[in-house]
Write a protein that binds this ligand. Sequence first.
Ligand SMILES: [Zn+2]
Ligand SMILES: [Zn+2]
Length: 171
Amino acid sequence: MPPQPRHTSSCACGAVLLEAFGPPIDAVACHCADCRNAGQRIQALPEAPPVLDAGGGTAFLVFRKDRMRPVRGAERLRALKLKPASPTSRYIATCCNAMMYAGFDDAKHWVSMHRDRFQGEVPAVRMRVCTGSLPDDAVPTDLPRHRGYPLSLIGRLVLAGLGKWMRGAAG
Ligand SMILES: [Zn+2]
Ligand SMILES: [Zn+2]
């Protein structure tokens, strides 16, 4: 049985449904230039639900890549890359232009799923990250703020990668 709890993430119209298992690695709002740029572009699409939160961040639940899978509507997902060579793709549900998650072509072993799309009980955002390119007064003080990725988050990402590797090694 996959780790519990099971979380579900739906596009605005319900045609696309994703599921993710276990507690997320973390719950963060990202303020990097790419997230701001992509968020503005995606939420400006016709009928698109908002991507950016009131503080200008994009709220994500981070899951190990192998703990997320589509339940339905995967064929409706379209990848948006800010630059053709970028390893990062943001996946948009073409039915309603909802931003579902960010995935990576490089070695990153996680996916960043847009928190607003989750249903039911959703873990709260714990911190604002990658605020370094913004003036201090441009980032809300409601949560702990970090200019990059704090060590605690890097540690959790590394541990999650080890867990995935060990599972793979065990067959
Ligand atoms: Zn939809
Ligand atoms: Zn970001």
